[in-house]
Design a binder for this molecule. Structure first.
Ligand SMILES: NC(=O)C1=CN([C@@H]2O[C@H](COP(=O)(O)OP(=O)(O)OC[C@H]3O[C@@H](n4cnc5c(N)ncnc54)[C@H](O)[C@@H]3O)[C@@H](O)[C@H]2O)C=CC1
Ligand SMILES: O=C(O)CCC(=O)C(=O)O
Length: 468
């Protein structure tokens, strides 16, 4: 099994380095979930040396939840051993599998809790092939030197378009009319069917998706208001309101685009439904815990809410099949019986465009991290990057030292690597964890082994990797 200290000379791979030009996934003009980085680019270096940690055929990658082919191809092309599964796994199955792997790729269903990550002794990096990272214990991962990457906006447009479709479908009761026709019933009605022009859309969470939706909705003649914990620039003629209460009371259509965090759990509950205008509509394509579904059922039965669209649920099945029943969520049957309710199986980001873009973006981030130690775009570690080594620097090695953020560590590390020529070095910290990268020259495999062992023996050590 490959380990980080395995310093066998890598195969001679002189292929030019992939010319990554991806923007930093956390860079955004207003994203609150970004970690403060300005727009950063991975600048392609002519004649860059392709660093590798150890024999790449030893790197085991487990991809769950039908990760897109484009991403699978990038990882396989590196020579990694890639195992691909269409669905997610039960906790026990996952524990068995994760023990072995260095890289895991998931989407929104696989929960990487502390219990599971504790078993992942070889894991160095997690790729969330989606936006949300609430399914991963990010702090536990950081404290154990496991980097986490996601794709923060590649499926935003797909979600926004789905919501636009749903606004019209709800206003015109399209789901019900279509179901009736499928059952042979002709039911030509205009009662309580509306144009969306001139209606007010209330967006809860004005991030990547909310802002995109704002532009689309205005172009169809809607007025847009939004509520966000941050003070944000309103696009077009949209208007930020001070409170969620104000948004609930004013909007005709309310759509949720907040992350799953403790503050958003049950954010739309009985009190909020009471505040809504009678005959208004609710859409949730964020996370299932954001809306109190029994309260929604009551609000729809009473006529307060005239229609709703749900794409996400507190419990979602691991794979496709006949699972949307009361075993999954106790209120499943009550929900399914409601009129003018569009239920979709978490497909907000499920378009060909989004999935292949996400596949490429996350697979490239994983490859860069495994091969070069670059953390640009990581959601739980500081963002650290060094200019690439070139082919003219054959006896160089890159030291990656993830350590506890405590005083005195840099002095100790520099005592160790300072025996060699340190060409360049960068270090940054995030909370309790710090990440150091240094390129050193004129080192042979014996030096590298020695460096590795000395760094590993420091009490501050979380994880050491040497790439060359
Ligand atoms: N249905 C699906 O397939 C998909 C669902 N999602 C979900 O949508 C969520 C939003 O995605 P993005 O727009 O890309 O995220 P984002 O991070 O760009 O925006 C989220 C916005 O919510 C705001 N926010 C956070 N807590 C809040 C609170 N308590 N009250 C009001 N506003 C709050 C933030 O300030 C931010 O502006 C994701 O976290 C994910 O869970 C994302 C993609 C696909
Ligand atoms: O497509 C998926 O599996 C998950 C989409 C999603 O919810 C996300 O990107 O956060």
């Amino acid at each position: 099994m490959a380990t980080a200290q395995d310093i066998r000379p890598r195969k001679d791979e002189l292929a030019a380095q992939a010319q990554y030009l991806s923007t930093s996934p956390t860079a955004s003009f207003h994203s609150p979930s970004s970690h403060g980085s300005a727009l950063q680019r991975i600048i392609p270096v002519v004649n860059a040396k392709h660093l590798k940690p150890f024999a790449t055929e030893d790197i085991k990658v487990l991809l769950l939840e039908n990760v897109n082919q484009a991403g699978r191809d990038i990882l396989s092309a590196q020579g990694y051993q890639v195992e691909f599964l269409k669905s997610s796994l039960s906790e026990d199955q996952l524990i068995e599998k994760i023990r072995d792997v260095h890289v895991i790729g998931i989407r929104s269903k696989t929960k990487l809790s502390e219990r599971i990550l504790k078993e992942a002794k070889n894991l160095i990096v997690i790729g969330c092939f989606c936006i949300g990272t609430n399914q991963v214990d990010l702090q536990y991962a950081a404290n154990h030197g496991i980097a986490v990457f996601n794709s923060p906006f590649s499926n935003s447009r797909s979600v926004a378009e789905l919501v636009i479709g749903e606004i019209i479908a709800l206003a015109r009761q399209l789901g019900d009319r279509s179901n009736e026709m499928h059952n042979g019933t002709w039911n030509k009605v205009s009662n309580k069917c509306w144009e969306i022009r001139g209606k007010t859309l209330g967006i809860v969470g004005y991030g990547h998706i909310g802002a995109q939706l704002s532009v689309l909705a205005e172009s169809m003649g809607m007025s847009v208001i939004f509520y966000d914990v941050l003070n944000l620039m309103a696009l077009g003629t949209a208007r930020q309101v001070e409170t969620l209460d104000a948004l609930m009371a004013e909007a005709d259509f309310i759509t949720c685009h907040v992350p799953e965090v403790p503050e958003t759990k049950g954010m739309i509950g009985r009190k909020q439904f009471d505040q809504m205008k009678t005959g208004s509509y609710l859409i949730n394509a964020s996370r299932g815990t954001v809306v109190d579904i029994p309260a929604l059922i009551d609000a729809m039965r009473s006529g307060k809410v005239a229609g709703a669209a749900l794409d996400v649920y507190p419990n979602e099945p691991a794979g496709n099949g006949d699972y949307f029943n009361n075993d999954l969520n106790t209120w499943g049957a009550d929900l399914r019986a409601l009129k003018n309710l569009i239920l979709t199986p978490h497909i907000g980001g499920s378009t060909e465009e989004a999935q292949s873009a996400i596949g490429v973006e996350v697979a490239q981030a994983l490859t860069r991290y495994v091969n070069e130690g670059t953390t640009l775009g990581a959601v739980n570690l500081p963002e650290v990057n060094l200019r690439s080594l070139t082919m003219e620097e054959p006896d160089h090695a890159r030291v990656v030292y993830i350590h506890k953020n405590i005083p005195g560590v840099l002095r100790k590390v520099n005592e160790i690597i300072g025996d060699h020529n340190v060409d360049k070095q960068m270090t940054d910290s995030r909370g309790d964890v710090a990440y150091l990268m240094a390129d050193i020259s004129d080192v042979n495999t014996t030096n590298i082994k020695d460096l590795y062992e000395r760094l590993e023996s420091l009490p501050s050590r979380i994880m050491t990797r040497i790439l060359y």
